[in-house]
Structure formats: structure tokens, C-alpha cells
Design a protein around this ligand. Structure first.
Ligand SMILES: *[C@@H]1O[C@H](CO)[C@@H](O)[C@H](O)[C@H]1NC(C)=O
Ligand SMILES: *[C@@H]1O[C@H](CO)[C@@H](O)[C@H](O)[C@H]1NC(C)=O
Ligand SMILES: *[C@@H]1O[C@H](CO)[C@@H](O)[C@H](O)[C@H]1NC(C)=O
Ligand SMILES: *[C@@H]1O[C@H](CO)[C@@H](O)[C@H](O)[C@H]1NC(C)=O
Ligand SMILES: *[C@@H]1O[C@H](CO)[C@@H](O)[C@H](O)[C@H]1NC(C)=O
Ligand SMILES: *[C@@H]1O[C@H](CO)[C@@H](O)[C@H](O)[C@H]1NC(C)=O
Ligand SMILES: *[C@@H]1O[C@H](CO)[C@@H](O)[C@H](O)[C@H]1NC(C)=O
Ligand SMILES: *[C@@H]1O[C@H](CO)[C@@H](O)[C@H](O)[C@H]1NC(C)=O
Ligand SMILES: *[C@@H]1O[C@H](CO)[C@@H](O)[C@H](O)[C@H]1NC(C)=O
Length: 895
């Protein structure tokens, strides 16, 4: 009895265990590299990160894919949300240019006082972060050992360096601040710290855990320890000729209104980050990115950093000139949050280059293929499964299978859904419209009648089926009236119209056509103007010809947001600086920053243009008598006792494009030297009118600077002003202008311009006031146009010009083609399939437009064949069962 009982018990528990262990509805999802990365990320928290070894604070480099590579920027298309990585890349590049320029331009001992001071460096880093919420999470400028000459200590000699110095800003989580009543992060509080002060101070030591790009580390394959992994140590001259590049910029200065000091450009050479050409084999990129790592003790997020080197002659002040060589003295780091960077789960293919940890973790069925979609960040499901060529969507499913739907499917759902059906009887693409042979049996009249009849039944009100892409299969209802006669409901309704006043006629609003002839012709006009105006002809053109309608610039504010935010960054920096810096302040041995110097602003606008190939020009225009500079040091001239105020100061920098593989040239002028004051220009007046008196819309930003307590100290204390607050515009406060051909002998190209104001304290320091405008000109050629149908209120000059066959197709814009026609694809609607056998599953807009143009010209064309057909409709398939059955029937009949 006992044994039986025991056996039964064991058997029972085995069954229970089997039931529990057996396959659950989600066990079809196998653990993959996404889960591994996820496990590693969740294992580290703000509390335990300090005790973790370095290997656990870093993720593999392959976890970030599709990283921008400098010399492929022009030839590659970046996905919408990759623009964040691109923005980080360009900003790092820009800051590297700025600091390289400024330290080499202001290299004499006389210039020492004019160099950017402590707060300049702090505020610049803070502006990088505050101007790009959601894109950039941190910014740093970390100096190598004994490479920084501080000009902000009264006790440190000008030729003496600090061992290390590294201001870094990051976005603080301020939800719990006493002043934040909403208890929601405002994203406008920035922490700034000196990396060389605080807990672990030597960020160049091999044992440093938190920032992989600052350590002295060598390429692991290099046993002689000569190839640094990032930029440091730079003491052996490793690949010096490749890693340092001489740039030359030309500047025209002005010392009085309406006049330049010299009529030609003063060439200023300086060393900067490397510049690989398109075809170079041995490339050294100007911007390197790090593995994702945990920003322990600071923002406590997983971040990845784009780094670029600052080059300068070292040692700067030394009588031993022969010892000097250009060195990487500092590294600029721009941090972005890892969780916001889209992963690509699709298999490795063209456009999804290795290395990519997440490649192949998608869950598309074998009849479909994977297409990444943007905006998902580090999350599963950022893809869709489109049918392979030769397959079509089942009738119950509209369009591609979404990744996030698949990722939450149970095993059963997964096995029976998400598959495409095979199209039979694929056709080959015709060369031109096939000629249909009409059959003799029925008269064509008869067929025409039948068609009319069918159309009437299917859709009595709208005869034109193209106007109504989704057929409404509602039979024509008949009704009997009181006398028992049949009446047509629709007809009866039509008769019901009674005019209320004499002239009133019946007005039926026709549903909007998906393609509009009118828009098409307008688009042709716009594009003609775009191509007709050239550098030469623009001087003889009418003023109106140099503009495109405002709706031709549809999408600039999204597509060029990164460029707009670059201008906004400068506006934030200037606002912060002009609202908080007082050169007469002195705290102990700490001097206040001197006022902005002309060279600083020239450097800033030059760097903006040099850092991003889409930017053609950038300017910072000060309002009249708003640019005040510090007096010369030790001046005895009473005119300079307080400050020098310039009437106009408007440095403007632009790019001279080199059509070949060579390097673009860069120039800058002080617009104060131009004959016509820039303050009279319409864009300046309009922006000033808007902001001269009313700045209540400005947002308040908070900086929290922590500094080291003394030059040699490593303890971190609060700066005397803590926190620093300033008011600055947000991206939406700026303005994108309509597309314009800038015919000024400098840019001579189509541009879209973003302008944004900046603010400072008035002369009494009682209130803020409008100080000027930052502008940025982006080349219009890079704007993607969208020809797909859109609602009536969408201000897009090119909408409703896609030549899809909207009865069977819908339109999807294709990004990355620029200001070119035909950048869309016509995909098959629900219930339709792609009929051709050519490894494609959609019709390309360019083909559609070419064929349509041929059709308009009366040439042989195949426009009318580029349609999707009703899914599974055309196949006439031999059915074995049917043949057998018929044969047997015939046989039986015979017998
Ligand atoms: C400063 O830079 C200029 C131009 O690069 C160079 O000719 C000059 O020798 C430098 N002066 C000092 C003191 O470094
Ligand atoms: C600005 O800096 C330049 C270069 O160091 C210097 O020559 C000039 O005097 C400075 N301007 C003022 C107004 O201090
Ligand atoms: C700095 O310059 C002073 C003279 O101006 C000189 O006496 C001193 O030796 C220099 N120090 C260094 C570290 O070069
Ligand atoms: C701050 O950022 C977070 C995360 O991006 C966002 O959810 C939140 O809405 C932002 N807060 C404000 C006030 O914009
Ligand atoms: C930091 O570490 C590096 C590399 O170990 C070393 O060369 C340097 O002297 C250290 N700097 C300081 C200030 O300790
Ligand atoms: C501007 O510079 C030119 C050339 O150096 C000089 O002749 C002129 O006096 C300067 N003007 C002023 C207002 O300083
Ligand atoms: C990512 O792209 C999607 C669609 O293109 C957009 O809605 C979303 O705002 C983007 N997100 C970011 C952070 O750029
Ligand atoms: C300015 O004056 C101070 C004290 O008179 C002197 O020590 C210093 O060398 C002077 N600086 C310059 C640039 O002349
Ligand atoms: C800082 O340290 C260096 C050596 O490390 C020393 O020569 C210098 O006097 C110190 N400076 C101060 C202000 O203490």
C-alpha cells in the first residue's frame, strides 16, 4: 500500500512538474543578444555601480550600429532617428574645431587674458546639453595631463599648467528639487563638474572606470604600445601626419561701421582634427565613438560618447621652440543616451552593415523580410515584416506586420499569423503597354454596358472610382413608396434638395483626389525655379525669383532640426554668458571671465560651418551698441575705462564648396563692415520686433557649476554663484524662413535659414533685453520632399503629386533623396498584390513619374500597367481534384 501510495505521489508530482515546465505560450521566444544586453544593463544601478568592475560597466561596441563615419556622410542615408547620432557627431566635431582654433589663434602671452575663461568653458558645455533635449545628454572638454593654461587664477603664472582639468556638463534629474512643484523632470537643469576634482580624479589613468575615451589605453593588437585606442597618450607622434590636419580660414575684420580693415581675407592657418578624404585608404576619423558605458555617479545612465580631439602647439609658452609640436591637448565628448539610439534587429544586409549585436534578432516569418522602423530606441519591435517579393498580404491584414505585434504574440498566434501568401502567375515587367485583343464574340458595347452596370451597383454616387480608393460594396437599396412603386433611395435623396434662397445651387463637395493636376504643375514650376537660378543668373533675376513659396520648405523644422539646434546652442551659450558674467567679480584667487572677444564669436560661427557639411553659413548678429568688450589690460586711456562698445558686430561665416574630392574652404566676415547695416534687413527687424519688449515666453534654465577649491586641489566645491539661472529661447521660439536663393556673392545657393534670438542683461543689470540673433543657413538640396497625399491643411507644396495608382496602391515617402522628385514608393493596398517577377515588392516613384511623363508626351509607356492586382485573383490554377472529378463524371455519363 505504502509503495503504491509513494508511486502515485511521485507520478502526480511528475505530472504537475511536467505541466508547469512544459511549453508556455511565450516559450517560442528564445533568449537572444537583446536579452543579454538587457541583463547587463539592469545589473548596474546608481547604487552598485561604484563597486562593479569596469567590464561590467561597459557594453560591447557592436551594440550601437550604423554609426556616422565622417567620410561617408555624404554618400550614406541616415535614418530619421539616427539624426541624433549624427548631431552628436557634428557637435563634437564642431567643438573640436572651435577650441583648436581659439587656442592657436590666441597663442601669444598678450592674448592669454582674452582666452576663454573658466565660466566660458562651463557654459559652453552646458549649452551643448540645454539646447538639445532628447538628443544630447552630456558634454565634456577634458584636458590631457599638463595641457591646460588656466587664465582664471590670480595665483597661477600664465606659463604654468594645471595637471588636469575637465569641465563636464550633463542633464540633471531635477524632479525632486524643492523648487520643482510639479515633481516632473523639467530637463532644464544642467550639472557641471570638473572631472579632475571630486572622488576619482585622474581620468587618464589606466584604472579609471567611467569614461573610456580619456584613459591612456593602447590598441590591444599593438604590443609595442604605440597606437592609442582613442586620442591619448599623444607623446610618440603616432601617425602625426594623418591625425593632424592644417586648415586655413579667411577672415575679413572690420574696425569701424561700413569699413573693413583690409579688403582681402586674412588667412589664418590652424591645426585641427583629422580630415579623411572620400577615397583615402588609411583613414583616421575626426570623431570616434565609445562603447556604451554607465555614467556612474553622474547622470547614472547608459550613454555613448562621440569624441573629437582638440589640437594645439605644446608647450604653448616656452622658449624652447624646437620642443613644440601639435598635440592632442584635449578631447571633446558629446554624450547621448544609449536607450534612445535605435537598434536594428534586421539581418545584416546592405544598409545594415556589421558589426551589429542585434542583427538577426527580429522575428519575421520566412515569407516576410525585415525592415527597420525608427523611433523605437533600445526596445524590441522596431521593425516591420514586409512580404518577400512574390508574396502578398492576406486579406485580413492591412500592410506590413508590425514588429511590436509579433513580439507579444503567443506561440499559436505566431505560427498561424504573420505569414504572407504566395502570389501565383507572376508576370514579367512589360516594356510598354500591351495591346489588348478584343474578342469577337461579344460586342464591345455589351462589355461597356456591363461595366457601367457594375459601376452603378458598386458605387452609385461617385462614378469615378479613383476618387474613392476603397470601394464601398454596398448594393443599391430599393425602397417602395406608399403606392407600392419601387424608388431608388439615392435618387430620392437627390430630389430632396430645396434651395433656401434664390441663387442657391446644390453644392456637392467631391472627395479630394489623391493626385492633383494643379499641384503637379505647381511643383514643376517650383522645381524649374529651383534649377534655373544659378550663381551667375541670380544677379539679373527679379527679387521674387530668388524665393520659393513657404510651403516648398515643408519639413525643414523636422529634417534640419539638428542644424537649428546648433544655432540654438550658440544662442543659449550667449544668453547664459551675457546674463551672468561680470568681469569685475573676483572670488579669492578666482577671476571673473572677461567679456566676449570678437575672436570668440568668429571662432564659434566658423566652427558651426566647419562641423556640419549641410550648413552653408552661420552668423551671430549683435544689435546696435550691444556688443561690449573688455578694455585692453592695464589701459590708461579714459575712453576705455569701462568697456569698448561696438556699433555693429555680426560675424558671418560660410562654406565655399569644392566640387571635387577636395576640402571645402571657409571664410568669415564681420558684417559690420558691409555697407548696408544688417539691422535694417527684414529678418532682423522682424525678429527684433517680436522679442524687443516681450520675453515672457522664454524658459528658465539652471546651471549648477561645481569647481575645484584651489588650483592644485582635488576637492569639489560649489561655484560662488550656485545655481546660475538664465533665460533662453527654445527651439520653437526660433524661426525657419522660406527657401531663398542667397545671392550675395558668398553662398550663392538655395538655403533655408533658421534664426533665433539671444538675450543679455541691460546696462543697469536690472532686466534682460534682446541682444541679437544667431542664424544658420542649411543647403536646401538636402531637404527631402514628400509627394504623398496629405490633408488639406498641410502646408506642403508637393503633396498630392505622387503618381501612385491609389485604387490599388498607397504612397510611402523614401527619405534621403533630397530635393528630388520621385522619392516615394507605391506599395500595394490591403487585398492587392505586386504582380511582377522582379525582386521588388513596390513600385518606385521615379519609375512611376518617368512613365507618367512619357504618357503625357504621347510616347510608348507602361504607366497603366504599373498597378497592383487583386490578390490571388488572376491565377487560373489546375486543380487535380476538379480534373479527376470532371473526368469521372464524363466517364460515368458516357457509360
Ligand atoms: C602663434 O601662432 C602663430 C600661427 O600659428 C605662430 O606663427 C606663432 O609662432 C605662435 N606664437 C606662439 C607664441 O606660440
Ligand atoms: C580680442 O582678442 C584679440 C586676439 O587676442 C586681441 O587682439 C584683441 O585686442 C581683443 N579685443 C579686445 C577688445 O580685447
Ligand atoms: C614662466 O615665466 C616666468 C617669466 O615670465 C619665468 O620666470 C618662469 O620660469 C616661467 N615658468 C615656466 C614653468 O616656464
Ligand atoms: C523631460 O524628458 C523626459 C524624457 O525624455 C520627457 O518624458 C519629459 O516630458 C520631459 N519634460 C519636459 C518638461 O519636457
Ligand atoms: C594620471 O595617470 C597618468 C597615467 O597613469 C599619469 O601619467 C599621470 O601622471 C597621472 N596624473 C596625475 C595628475 O596624477
Ligand atoms: C581701422 O583700421 C584701419 C587700418 O588699420 C585704420 O587706418 C583705421 O584708423 C582704423 N579705424 C579705427 C576707427 O580704428
Ligand atoms: C523618431 O522618429 C519618429 C518617426 O520618424 C518620430 O515620431 C520621433 O519623434 C523620432 N524621435 C526622435 C527622438 O527623434
Ligand atoms: C598690468 O599691470 C600689472 C600691475 O601694474 C603688471 O603686473 C602686469 O604685468 C601688467 N600687464 C600687462 C599685460 O601689461
Ligand atoms: C601646485 O603643485 C605644484 C606641483 O605639483 C607646485 O609646484 C605648485 O606650487 C602648487 N601650486 C599651488 C598654488 O599650491
Amino acid at each position: 500500500m505504502g509503495t503504491l501510495h509513494n508511486t502515485l505521489t511521485v507520478a502526480f508530482w511528475c505530472l504537475v512538474a511536467c505541466t508547469i515546465v512544459g511549453a508556455g505560450p511565450f516559450s517560442w521566444m528564445k533568449k537572444d543578444s537583446f536579452d543579454e544586453i538587457m541583463d547587463r544593463m539592469t545589473a548596474v544601478t546608481a547604487e552598485n555601480c561604484r563597486s562593479k568592475p569596469r567590464s561590467e560597466l561597459e557594453l560591447p561596441r557592436e551594440a550601437v550600429s550604423h554609426v556616422p563615419v565622417y567620410n561617408k556622410l555624404l554618400s550614406n542615408v541616415y535614418f530619421a532617428n539616427r539624426s541624433m547620432l549624427l548631431h552628436m557627431h557634428n557637435l563634437a566635431h564642431q567643438r573640436a574645431f572651435y577650441y583648436s582654433f581659439i587656442y592657436q589663434r590666441m597663442n601669444t602671452s598678450f592674448d592669454f587674458e582674452h582666452q576663454p575663461g573658466l565660466m566660458y568653458l562651463y557654459m559652453s558645455a552646458a549649452a551643448d546639453v540645454s539646447a538639445s533635449p532628447g538628443w544630447i545628454n552630456g558634454s565634456s572638454l577634458l584636458f590631457d595631463n599638463n595641457c591646460v593654461y588656466p587664465n582664471w587664477y590670480t595665483t597661477v603664472d600664465f606659463n604654468t599648467t594645471l595637471p588636469l582639468f575637465g569641465p563636464r556638463a550633463w542633464r540633471a534629474d531635477d524632479y525632486n528639487e524643492p523648487t520643482n512643484w510639479l515633481r516632473e523632470p523639467t530637463n532644464r537643469t544642467i550639472d557641471v563638474e570638473d572631472y579632475a576634482a571630486g572622488r576619482v580624479t585622474n581620468y587618464t589613468a589606466e584604472s579609471y572606470k567611467y569614461a573610456p575615451y580619456t584613459r591612456y589605453e593602447y590598441d590591444p593588437t599593438d604590443s609595442r604600445q604605440e597606437k592609442p585606442l582613442f586620442w591619448w597618450p599623444d607623446n610618440k607622434g603616432y601617425k602625426d601626419s594623418l591625425r593632424k590636419y592644417t586648415y586655413s580660414v579667411g577672415i575679413k575684420f572690420s574696425n569701424q561701421t561700413g569699413k573693413f580693415i583690409r579688403e582681402d581675407y586674412e588667412g589664418i592657418p590652424f591645426f585641427g582634427p583629422p580630415q579623411p578624404g572620400q577615397s583615402d585608404k588609411d583613414i583616421t576619423l575626426p570623431v570616434l565613438f565609445t562603447k556604451p558605458y554607465f555614467d556612474c555617479g553622474r547622470s547614472n545612465r547608459w550613454i555613448t560618447t562621440m569624441t573629437a580631439p582638440v589640437v594645439e602647439y605644446m608647450p604653448r609658452y616656452s622658449t624652447y621652440i624646437h620642443l613644440r609640436r601639435p598635440r592632442f591637448v584635449a578631447v571633446v565628448g558629446i554624450d547621448g543616451e544609449f536607450e534612445r539610439i535605435d537598434i536594428n534587429q534586421c539581418p545584416i544586409s546592405e544598409g545594415n552593415d556589421p558589426p551589429n549585436t542585434f542583427a538577426g534578432t527580429h522575428r519575421c516569418r520566412s515569407t516576410t523580410m525585415c525592415e527597420p522602423i525608427s523611433g523605437y530606441g533600445f526596445r524590441r519591435g522596431g521593425y516591420q515584416c514586409v512580404c518577400l517579393p512574390g508574396y502578398y498580404y492576406p486579406w485580413w491584414h492591412d500592410g506590413p506586420f508590425q514588429g511590436w505585434e509579433i513580439e507579444q504574440a503567443t506561440q499559436e498566434e505566431y505560427e498561424y499569423g504573420f505569414d504572407c501568401l504566395k502570389s501565383e502567375e507572376m508576370r514579367v515587367v512589360p516594356i510598354q503597354t500591351p495591346e489588348f485583343v478584343s474578342r469577337g464574340k461579344r460586342s464591345t458595347d455589351y462589355l461597356a454596358n456591363k461595366k457601367d452596370e457594375f459601376m452603378y451597383v458598386v458605387n452609385p454616387a461617385v462614378r469615378d472610382m479613383s476618387a474613392n480608393p476603397k470601394l464601398r460594396l454596398i448594393a443599391n437599396r430599393k425602397r417602395r413608396n406608399a403606392e407600392g412603386e419601387e424608388i431608388n433611395v439615392a435618387a430620392a435623396y437627390q430630389q430632396k434638395f430645396v434651395s433656401r434662397y434664390a441663387e442657391e445651387t446644390k453644392h456637392v463637395r467631391k472627395k479630394r483626389e489623391a493626385f492633383e493636376e494643379e499641384y503637379w504643375h505647381r511643383m514643376q514650376d517650383i522645381r524649374q525655379r529651383f534649377y534655373n537660378i544659378s550663381k551667375e543668373s541670380c544677379k539679373f533675376s527679379e527679387a521674387y525669383e530668388l524665393y520659393l513659396p513657404g510651403d516648398a520648405g515643408y519639413g525643414v523644422e523636422q529634417q534640419f532640426e539638428a542644424q537649428g539646434r546648433t544655432a540654438l546652442r550658440l544662442a543659449h551659450f550667449l544668453s547664459n554668458f551675457l546674463q551672468n558674467i561680470d568681469e569685475y567679480e573676483q572670488f579669492g584667487n578666482l577671476k571673473g571671465d572677461r567679456r566676449l572677444n570678437e575672436t570668440h564669436i568668429f571662432g564659434e560661427v566658423l566652427a558651426i560651418v566647419m562641423g556640419d557639411f549641410k550648413v552653408l553659413g552661420a552668423g551671430a548678429y549683435f544689435d546696435r551698441y550691444k556688443f561690449r568688450v573688455s578694455p585692453p589690460v592695464n589701459t590708461t586711456d579714459p575712453r576705455y575705462s569701462n568697456a569698448i562698445t561696438r556699433e555693429y558686430f555680426g560675424p558671418y561665416s560660410w562654406r565655399i564648396q569644392n566640387p571635387g574630392d577636395g576640402l571645402d574652404a571657409f571664410r568669415a566676415i564681420d558684417s559690420a563692415g558691409l555697407e548696408k547695416p544688417y539691422t535694417d534687413e527684414l529678418w532682423f527687424r522682424r525678429m527684433k520686433q517680436r522679442w524687443a519688449t516681450n520675453f515672457h515666453a522664454l524658459k528658465k534654465y539652471i546651471d549648477k557649476p561645481m569647481i575645484r577649491s584651489s588650483p592644485n586641489s582635488t576637492s569639489s566645491i560649489r561655484f560662488e554663484h550656485y545655481p546660475i539661472t538664465y533665460r533662453a529661447p527654445s527651439y520653437e521660439d526660433g524661426e525657419w524662413s522660406r527657401p531663398e536663393f542667397r545671392c550675395d556673392g558668398r553662398i550663392d545657393n538655395w538655403v533655408a535659414t533658421y534664426s533665433v534670438p539671444f538675450f543679455g542683461l541691460n546696462s543697469l543689470k536690472s532686466q534682460i533685453e534682446f541682444k541679437g540673433i544667431v542664424t544658420i543657413d542649411v543647403e536646401l538640396r538636402y531637404l527631402d520632399i514628400n509627394q504623398c497625399p496629405a490633408d488639406f491643411y498641410v502646408a506642403n507644396a508637393f503633396k498630392n503629386t505622387a503618381k501612385c495608382d491609389f485604387r490599388s496602391q498607397y504612397c510611402v515617402p523614401l527619405p534621403g533623396k533630397g530635393f528630388e522628385q520621385g522619392a516615394y514608393k507605391c506599395e500595394c493596398r490591403q487585398g492587392y498584390e505586386y504582380p511582377f517577377k522582379d525582386l521588388s515588392w513596390f513600385f518606385h516613384g521615379q519609375t512611376m513619374e518617368e512613365e507618367y511623363a512619357k504618357k503625357l508626351n504621347g510616347e510608348p509607356h507602361r504607366y497603366d500597367t504599373l498597378r497592383c492586382r487583386i490578390a490571388g485573383a488572376s491565377s487560373v490554377v489546375a486543380n487535380i481534384a476538379l480534373i479527376m472529378f470532371t473526368s469521372i463524371l464524363l466517364l460515368l455519363k458516357k457509360w
